[in-house]
Design a protein around this ligand. Structure first.
Ligand SMILES: *[C@@H]1O[C@H](CO)[C@@H](O)[C@H](O)[C@H]1NC(C)=O
Ligand SMILES: *[C@@H]1O[C@H](CO)[C@@H](O)[C@H](O)[C@H]1NC(C)=O
Ligand SMILES: *[C@@H]1O[C@H](CO)[C@@H](O)[C@H](O)[C@H]1NC(C)=O
Ligand SMILES: *[C@@H]1O[C@H](CO)[C@@H](O)[C@H](O)[C@H]1NC(C)=O
Length: 205
Protein backbone atom coordinates (compact mmCIF):
# COMPACT_ATOMS: atom_id res chain seq x y z
CA UNK A 1 0.00 0.00 0.00
CA UNK A 2 2.73 2.47 0.97
CA UNK A 3 4.69 1.44 -2.08
CA UNK A 4 1.70 2.14 -4.29
CA UNK A 5 1.20 5.59 -2.78
CA UNK A 6 4.87 6.48 -3.15
CA UNK A 7 4.81 5.34 -6.76
CA UNK A 8 1.78 7.47 -7.50
CA UNK A 9 3.42 10.40 -5.73
CA UNK A 10 6.47 10.24 -7.91
CA UNK A 11 4.37 9.69 -11.02
CA UNK A 12 2.15 12.66 -10.54
CA UNK A 13 4.45 14.81 -8.42
CA UNK A 14 1.66 16.27 -6.37
CA UNK A 15 -0.97 14.57 -4.36
CA UNK A 16 -3.54 17.07 -3.26
CA UNK A 17 -5.35 14.83 -0.90
CA UNK A 18 -5.37 11.27 0.31
CA UNK A 19 -8.61 10.65 2.06
CA UNK A 20 -9.64 7.36 3.51
CA UNK A 21 -13.29 8.32 3.72
CA UNK A 22 -14.18 8.42 7.38
CA UNK A 23 -17.90 8.44 6.75
CA UNK A 24 -19.59 9.91 9.71
CA UNK A 25 -23.04 9.29 11.05
CA UNK A 26 -24.11 12.74 9.93
CA UNK A 27 -24.17 11.37 6.37
CA UNK A 28 -27.96 11.80 6.28
CA UNK A 29 -28.65 8.65 8.26
CA UNK A 30 -28.21 6.61 5.10
CA UNK A 31 -27.35 3.10 6.21
CA UNK A 32 -25.65 2.36 2.94
CA UNK A 33 -23.17 5.14 3.67
CA UNK A 34 -21.63 2.91 6.29
CA UNK A 35 -19.12 0.29 5.34
CA UNK A 36 -20.55 -3.18 5.36
CA UNK A 37 -18.60 -5.84 7.16
CA UNK A 38 -20.20 -8.54 5.14
CA UNK A 39 -19.12 -11.57 3.14
CA UNK A 40 -20.83 -13.10 0.14
CA UNK A 41 -18.07 -15.45 -1.03
CA UNK A 42 -19.91 -18.57 -2.24
CA UNK A 43 -23.05 -17.37 -0.46
CA UNK A 44 -25.66 -20.14 -0.44
CA UNK A 45 -23.16 -22.39 -2.15
CA UNK A 46 -23.49 -20.39 -5.35
CA UNK A 47 -20.47 -20.69 -7.59
CA UNK A 48 -21.46 -17.42 -9.27
CA UNK A 49 -20.37 -15.75 -6.00
CA UNK A 50 -17.00 -17.45 -5.89
CA UNK A 51 -14.35 -14.81 -5.12
CA UNK A 52 -16.96 -12.07 -4.63
CA UNK A 53 -15.18 -10.64 -1.57
CA UNK A 54 -11.84 -10.34 -3.31
CA UNK A 55 -12.95 -7.26 -5.22
CA UNK A 56 -13.46 -4.81 -2.35
CA UNK A 57 -12.42 -7.09 0.47
CA UNK A 58 -14.80 -8.82 2.85
CA UNK A 59 -14.83 -5.82 5.18
CA UNK A 60 -16.13 -3.36 2.63
CA UNK A 61 -19.22 -4.10 0.57
CA UNK A 62 -18.80 -1.44 -2.12
CA UNK A 63 -15.51 0.33 -1.54
CA UNK A 64 -16.76 2.90 0.93
CA UNK A 65 -13.35 3.01 2.57
CA UNK A 66 -11.32 3.21 -0.62
CA UNK A 67 -8.69 5.89 -0.53
CA UNK A 68 -8.93 8.72 -3.01
CA UNK A 69 -5.64 9.74 -4.53
CA UNK A 70 -6.11 12.86 -6.56
CA UNK A 71 -4.16 13.23 -9.77
CA UNK A 72 -3.73 16.83 -10.73
CA UNK A 73 -2.17 15.94 -14.04
CA UNK A 74 -5.67 15.45 -15.41
CA UNK A 75 -7.02 18.76 -14.22
CA UNK A 76 -10.53 19.31 -15.48
CA UNK A 77 -13.12 22.03 -15.22
CA UNK A 78 -16.79 21.24 -15.50
CA UNK A 79 -18.56 22.48 -18.59
CA UNK A 80 -22.22 22.99 -19.30
CA UNK A 81 -24.30 20.51 -21.26
CA UNK A 82 -28.01 20.35 -21.99
CA UNK A 83 -29.72 18.28 -19.34
CA UNK A 84 -31.35 16.00 -21.90
CA UNK A 85 -27.91 14.93 -23.11
CA UNK A 86 -26.87 14.20 -19.54
CA UNK A 87 -30.06 12.22 -19.00
CA UNK A 88 -29.46 10.21 -22.15
CA UNK A 89 -25.84 9.48 -21.26
CA UNK A 90 -26.80 8.28 -17.80
CA UNK A 91 -29.69 6.23 -19.18
CA UNK A 92 -27.27 4.43 -21.49
CA UNK A 93 -25.04 3.49 -18.57
CA UNK A 94 -28.05 2.55 -16.47
CA UNK A 95 -29.54 0.25 -19.11
CA UNK A 96 -26.16 -1.19 -19.90
CA UNK A 97 -25.76 -2.05 -16.22
CA UNK A 98 -29.08 -3.88 -16.39
CA UNK A 99 -27.88 -5.74 -19.44
CA UNK A 100 -24.70 -6.81 -17.62
CA UNK A 101 -26.72 -8.02 -14.65
CA UNK A 102 -29.43 -9.88 -16.56
CA UNK A 103 -27.41 -11.24 -19.44
CA UNK A 104 -24.33 -12.41 -17.61
CA UNK A 105 -25.78 -13.62 -14.31
CA UNK A 106 -28.40 -16.37 -13.99
CA UNK A 107 -28.60 -16.58 -10.19
CA UNK A 108 -31.09 -14.09 -8.80
CA UNK A 109 -29.17 -13.98 -5.52
CA UNK A 110 -26.06 -12.81 -7.33
CA UNK A 111 -28.08 -10.31 -9.36
CA UNK A 112 -29.43 -8.77 -6.16
CA UNK A 113 -26.03 -8.69 -4.45
CA UNK A 114 -24.11 -7.04 -7.29
CA UNK A 115 -26.94 -4.57 -7.82
CA UNK A 116 -26.84 -3.56 -4.16
CA UNK A 117 -23.10 -3.16 -4.41
CA UNK A 118 -23.47 -0.91 -7.44
CA UNK A 119 -26.28 1.04 -5.79
CA UNK A 120 -24.34 1.47 -2.53
CA UNK A 121 -21.48 3.07 -4.37
CA UNK A 122 -23.84 5.56 -6.02
CA UNK A 123 -25.48 6.41 -2.73
CA UNK A 124 -22.08 7.17 -1.31
CA UNK A 125 -21.42 9.35 -4.34
CA UNK A 126 -24.64 11.24 -3.67
CA UNK A 127 -23.32 11.97 -0.19
CA UNK A 128 -20.06 13.11 -1.72
CA UNK A 129 -21.77 15.41 -4.22
CA UNK A 130 -23.91 16.94 -1.49
CA UNK A 131 -20.80 17.49 0.66
CA UNK A 132 -22.04 15.26 3.42
CA UNK A 133 -19.27 12.68 3.34
CA UNK A 134 -16.09 14.70 3.59
CA UNK A 135 -14.80 12.89 0.53
CA UNK A 136 -13.61 14.42 -2.71
CA UNK A 137 -16.13 14.71 -5.52
CA UNK A 138 -14.69 13.00 -8.51
CA UNK A 139 -14.19 9.75 -10.39
CA UNK A 140 -11.46 7.25 -11.04
CA UNK A 141 -9.90 8.24 -14.33
CA UNK A 142 -8.34 4.85 -15.06
CA UNK A 143 -11.51 2.89 -14.54
CA UNK A 144 -13.75 5.40 -16.33
CA UNK A 145 -11.48 5.37 -19.35
CA UNK A 146 -12.13 1.65 -19.88
CA UNK A 147 -15.72 2.23 -20.93
CA UNK A 148 -14.82 1.90 -24.59
CA UNK A 149 -13.55 -1.62 -23.93
CA UNK A 150 -16.80 -2.96 -22.50
CA UNK A 151 -18.00 -4.36 -25.79
CA UNK A 152 -16.45 -6.11 -28.73
CA UNK A 153 -16.92 -4.87 -32.29
CA UNK A 154 -19.78 -7.34 -32.79
CA UNK A 155 -21.73 -5.97 -29.80
CA UNK A 156 -20.96 -8.88 -27.49
CA UNK A 157 -19.43 -8.38 -24.05
CA UNK A 158 -15.69 -8.09 -23.85
CA UNK A 159 -15.08 -10.56 -21.06
CA UNK A 160 -11.36 -10.16 -20.65
CA UNK A 161 -9.93 -9.34 -17.22
CA UNK A 162 -9.65 -5.55 -17.10
CA UNK A 163 -6.77 -5.81 -14.63
CA UNK A 164 -8.06 -4.01 -11.57
CA UNK A 165 -10.18 -4.73 -8.56
CA UNK A 166 -12.44 -2.66 -6.34
CA UNK A 167 -9.73 -1.50 -3.98
CA UNK A 168 -7.99 0.18 -6.92
CA UNK A 169 -10.99 2.42 -7.58
CA UNK A 170 -10.12 5.93 -6.45
CA UNK A 171 -6.36 5.58 -6.78
CA UNK A 172 -6.48 7.83 -9.82
CA UNK A 173 -9.16 10.28 -8.82
CA UNK A 174 -9.89 13.33 -10.92
CA UNK A 175 -11.86 16.12 -9.27
CA UNK A 176 -13.28 18.51 -11.85
CA UNK A 177 -13.43 22.07 -10.58
CA UNK A 178 -15.92 24.81 -11.33
CA UNK A 179 -18.87 23.65 -9.28
CA UNK A 180 -21.24 26.38 -8.14
CA UNK A 181 -21.17 25.02 -4.58
CA UNK A 182 -21.79 27.84 -2.11
CA UNK A 183 -21.30 27.13 1.57
CA UNK A 184 -24.06 29.46 2.60
CA UNK A 185 -26.81 28.43 0.17
CA UNK A 186 -26.04 24.96 -1.22
CA UNK A 187 -26.52 22.85 1.93
CA UNK A 188 -30.10 24.10 2.23
CA UNK A 189 -30.78 23.68 -1.49
CA UNK A 190 -29.54 20.11 -1.46
CA UNK A 191 -31.54 19.33 1.66
CA UNK A 192 -34.68 20.78 0.17
CA UNK A 193 -34.23 18.90 -3.12
CA UNK A 194 -33.67 15.57 -1.40
CA UNK A 195 -36.57 16.03 0.97
CA UNK A 196 -39.01 17.06 -1.74
CA UNK A 197 -38.02 14.03 -3.82
CA UNK A 198 -38.54 11.82 -0.79
CA UNK A 199 -41.84 13.35 0.26
CA UNK A 200 -43.30 13.69 -3.25
CA UNK A 201 -42.52 10.09 -4.16
CA UNK A 202 -44.70 7.21 -3.26
CA UNK A 203 -42.84 4.54 -1.36
CA UNK A 204 -42.16 1.67 -3.68
CA UNK A 205 -40.43 -0.96 -1.60
C1 LIG B 1 -6.72 -6.33 -5.51
O1 LIG B 1 -5.79 -5.27 -5.61
C2 LIG B 1 -4.91 -5.17 -4.50
C3 LIG B 1 -4.04 -3.98 -4.74
O2 LIG B 1 -3.49 -4.03 -6.03
C4 LIG B 1 -4.11 -6.45 -4.33
O3 LIG B 1 -3.34 -6.35 -3.17
C5 LIG B 1 -5.05 -7.63 -4.23
O4 LIG B 1 -4.31 -8.82 -4.21
C6 LIG B 1 -5.99 -7.66 -5.39
N1 LIG B 1 -6.91 -8.72 -5.23
C7 LIG B 1 -7.15 -9.57 -6.18
C8 LIG B 1 -8.15 -10.61 -5.88
O5 LIG B 1 -6.59 -9.52 -7.26
C1 LIG C 1 -22.97 32.51 -1.81
O1 LIG C 1 -24.30 32.88 -1.73
C2 LIG C 1 -24.52 34.09 -1.03
C3 LIG C 1 -26.01 34.28 -0.87
O2 LIG C 1 -26.66 34.22 -2.12
C4 LIG C 1 -23.86 35.22 -1.82
O3 LIG C 1 -24.03 36.45 -1.13
C5 LIG C 1 -22.39 34.91 -1.97
O4 LIG C 1 -21.77 35.88 -2.78
C6 LIG C 1 -22.18 33.54 -2.57
N1 LIG C 1 -20.78 33.20 -2.55
C7 LIG C 1 -20.14 32.84 -3.63
C8 LIG C 1 -18.71 32.48 -3.43
O5 LIG C 1 -20.67 32.76 -4.73
C1 LIG D 1 -16.75 25.75 2.49
O1 LIG D 1 -16.78 24.89 3.60
C2 LIG D 1 -15.75 23.93 3.60
C3 LIG D 1 -16.01 22.98 4.74
O2 LIG D 1 -16.41 23.67 5.87
C4 LIG D 1 -14.42 24.63 3.66
O3 LIG D 1 -13.38 23.68 3.63
C5 LIG D 1 -14.28 25.56 2.47
O4 LIG D 1 -13.09 26.28 2.55
C6 LIG D 1 -15.44 26.51 2.41
N1 LIG D 1 -15.39 27.23 1.16
C7 LIG D 1 -15.52 28.53 1.12
C8 LIG D 1 -15.43 29.14 -0.25
O5 LIG D 1 -15.71 29.20 2.11
C1 LIG E 1 -43.78 18.51 -4.06
O1 LIG E 1 -45.16 18.55 -3.79
C2 LIG E 1 -45.57 19.81 -3.25
C3 LIG E 1 -47.04 19.67 -2.85
O2 LIG E 1 -47.78 19.12 -3.90
C4 LIG E 1 -45.35 20.89 -4.29
O3 LIG E 1 -45.74 22.15 -3.79
C5 LIG E 1 -43.89 20.94 -4.65
O4 LIG E 1 -43.67 21.87 -5.68
C6 LIG E 1 -43.42 19.56 -5.10
N1 LIG E 1 -41.97 19.58 -5.30
C7 LIG E 1 -41.42 19.44 -6.49
C8 LIG E 1 -39.92 19.46 -6.52
O5 LIG E 1 -42.06 19.24 -7.50
Amino acid sequence: MVAVVVKVLSLFSLVVGVLSSPLSARSSGDVSAVSHDISFNNWGGLSSLSGFDNFYGSNDFYGSRNEQIIIVEQEQVCSVQEVVIIQQQLAIIQEFAKRIITQQICDVETQVIVLEQFHGNFRQFRNDVSRQSGRSIGYDHNVASMIGQLMNQDGSFNSHDFGFNGTDIGKNTVVPSGSNWNNSTSPQNVKSILSSIASNSTTSS
